[in-house]
Design a protein around this ligand. Structure first.
Ligand SMILES: [Zn+2]
Length: 230
């Protein structure tokens, strides 16, 4: 009789078997409204990988970010009266819905989501994009990326086929006049300040005020596109 030896392996042990050296698991969420249960898929998968690495004594950090410099691009269900006028503003600059104990909209929605993490025993090191930007931690990267805007435009075209205007810069400032970030375009950078316009017709979900200006892009004055943040 021929005996067959069946070897099974847990999927994340297989995933990590060839990794060498210290590892970082990083995930993030945009706190634009109440998270549905499906949003736990990422955190749970990443927690399983984190636990498997720890079990193998691999030095590992599990980070979880809050993308709270993203603009409000839709209104949470049933909250139009409160949020309508903030469409386009960074999530962390918008007041929480009436009755909330949170400091802002981002804090309001992410607190509920992170509360579920605690119940499930998921314990990452949390970080918030507002702290990264306002603390100047991205200043060096912002300067380098704005100086090489032509390279970013070329890579975007090669990788995703997206064709940007020749003066497009991969950065959005918080408009000094209306406070929106989702409606601004940067068209020039002189090494210290960016030239920008807050456009009424840039996106369908928010209306910019038409303001034009020049300002520093550093210390929380604006943000990079998500792909460049990563
Ligand atoms: Zn504006």
């Amino acid at each position: 009789m021929i005996s067959e030896k069946i070897t099974t392996m847990f999927w994340c042990d297989k995933l990590i078997e060839n990794l060498e050296g210290p590892q970082t698991v990083n995930d993030s969420k945009t706190p634009s409204g109440r998270a549905h249960v499906g949003a736990l898929r990422g955190p749970l998968i990443h927690d399983a990988i984190f636990r498997s690495l720890k079990a193998k004594n691999v030095p590992v950090r599990y980070l979880f970010g809050v993308d709270d410099y993203d603009p409000v691009d839709e209104i949470p269900y049933g909250e139009a009266e409160h949020f309508q006028k903030y469409l386009g503003a960074p999530l962390c600059n918008v007041p929480p819905p009436p009755g909330s104990q949170a400091t802002d909209m981002a804090d309001h929605y992410i607190s509920e989501f992170f509360g579920v993490f605690s119940e499930l025993g998921i314990k990452p090191d949390y970080y918030r994009m507002r702290d990264i930007y306002r603390g100047g931690k991205f200043n060096e990267a912002i300067d380098a990326i704005l100086k090489k805007a032509d390279v970013v435009r070329r890579i975007y075209k090669e990788v995703s086929g997206s064709d940007r205007p020749s003066d497009w810069h991969p950065f959005q400032v918080v408009c000094e006049n209306c406070g929106r970030i989702g409606t601004t375009v940067v068209t020039a950078y002189d090494g210290k300040e960016v030239t920008y316009e807050c456009k009424p017709d840039l996106v369908k979900w928010a209306v910019g005020c038409g303001h034009r200006g020049k300002m520093s892009p550093f210390d929380g004055k604006g943000k990079l596109p998500w792909k460049l943040e990563w």
